[in-house]
Design a protein around this ligand. Structure first.
Ligand code: KG4
Ligand code: ZN
Length: 361
């Protein structure tokens, strides 16, 4: 029987199953990850092989090296995820994979493996938008969380305020006009001589610094605007460092890291709260690698409490790239019958959530 007929039969059978087991695969950047998730929110395994050590010597991700490493480790990682979950390959109901946005070569590795598995096992394939994956990490961390809520997605490649109307239904409220928040962290960390990835390095050293030491600019933009801009802040830090170095003046890395972080967090927190007030929601969620930042979590918690919002964020391991969040997002797509055929291709720079939806005022 043709693959698609088999898949149709599978989908019909899924209606009568009370346990739906999804294998998630994530290879969009420099983490190779495979996870097994039951009924959308119960993580049976979430294996992550990070390439951070490999890219550190170059100060950032080298795409070709990332692709090659994904090829090397993807199969063992999937085997480990299945073994840890105590799930056989024939127990799977669906294959989920990130198909974009991300690095083209890296995405292709995950998508090719996912298609091969879906075809061989006659299972439905669900391609997941990476940003939708990040948002969905909150469903895993908070079993009671339901849409609607406002989500601040902050990672190495993204800074978006997204109104999550329902499962799979999104409206873009604001986004960065230049650098992503994580990108600013990584670039400033590099200038400060801290190792890659810069976010965790700044987060850690900033704890010993004075956040009021240097007044770096905050880009709030005009009135009711929920867009972000971080490149001016990044340039201000680099200029500040250059001036000190030219004058042969010593400086405290911890103070500069803390002051930079304070400027980022101020804008992220204020804009998110203002957007939530404008929308009239009661719930705010954080997602993406920068959502692991201790200062952002702390300040957002204080502000949310003060202003009467419920705040949700995943544990750090679910903030950074992982396959459990991909399997979780796929579950809700699968339940709505949103699956892909084997002609699915990677989308390195297109996000259906961000680019495919009208701006919401
Ligand atoms: O979500 P993610 O793993 O990958 C992307 O989708 O981009 O995010 C990685 C980004 C990097 O820029 C990294 O520096 C940043 O998240 N990051 C942090 C922290 N942990 C990771 N930024 C600030 N504080 C952290 N604790
Ligand atoms: Zn990510």
């Amino acid at each position: 029987m043709a693959y698609f007929d088999d898949v149709k039969e599978r989908l019909e059978a899924l209606r009568h199953k009370d346990e739906i087991i999804i294998l998630g695969i994530e290879t969009s950047c420099d983490e190779t990850s495979a996870a097994v998730v039951k009924n959308g929110r119960m993580v049976l395994s979430n294996k992550i092989s990070s390439q951070v050590g490999l890219h550190r010597q170059y100060g950032g991700v080298v795409p070709e090296i990332a692709s090659r490493k994904h090829v090397e480790v993807i199969s063992p990682i999937i085997d480990q995820a299945l073994e840890e979950a105590g799930v056989g390959i024939n127990d799977l109901d669906c294959i989920a994979v990130t198909f974009g946005p991300g690095l083209v070569g890296a995405l292709l590795v995950g998508l090719s493996v996912a298609k091969a598995l879906a075809y061989a096992l006659r299972l439905p394939l669900v391609g997941v938008d990476h940003i939708e994956g990040h948002i969905s990490a909150n469903y895993i961390a908070h079993p009671q969380l339901e849409p609607p809520f406002l989500c601040l997605v902050v990672s190495g490649g993204h800074t978006h305020l997204i109104w999550v109307k329902d499962y799979g239904e999104y409206a873009l409220i604001g986004q960065t006009r230049d650098d992503a928040a994580g990108e600013a962290y990584d670039k400033v960390a590099r200038a400060l001589g801290l190792s890659y990835p810069g976010g965790p390095a700044i987060d850690s050293i900033a704890r010993q610094g004075n956040p009021e030491a240097v007044q770096f600019p905050r880009a709030y933009m005009e009135g009711d605007n929920f867009d972000f801009s971080f490149s001016g802040l990044k340039t201000a830090v680099l200029n500040y460092l250059n001036t000190l170095e030219q004058r042969d003046q010593s400086y405290s890395i911890a103070d500069i890291a803390a002051s930079f972080q304070q400027a980022v967090v101020d804008v992220l927190v204020d804009k998110t709260i203002a957007a939530a007030q404008k929308i009239g929601t009661t719930k705010i969620a954080l997602a993406g690698g920068v959502a692991a930042n201790s200062s952002l979590r702390e300040r957002m918690r204080q502000k949310a409490q003060e202003c009467g919002f419920e705040l949700y964020y995943p544990p750090p391991v679910l903030c950074t790239d992982n396959a459990a969040m991909i399997a979780c997002a796929a579950y809700y797509n699968l339940m709505k019958g949103k699956i892909h055929d084997l002609f699915l291709t990677v989308e390195p720079s297109f996000s259906n959530i961000v680019n495919g939806h009208a701006q919401c005022g």
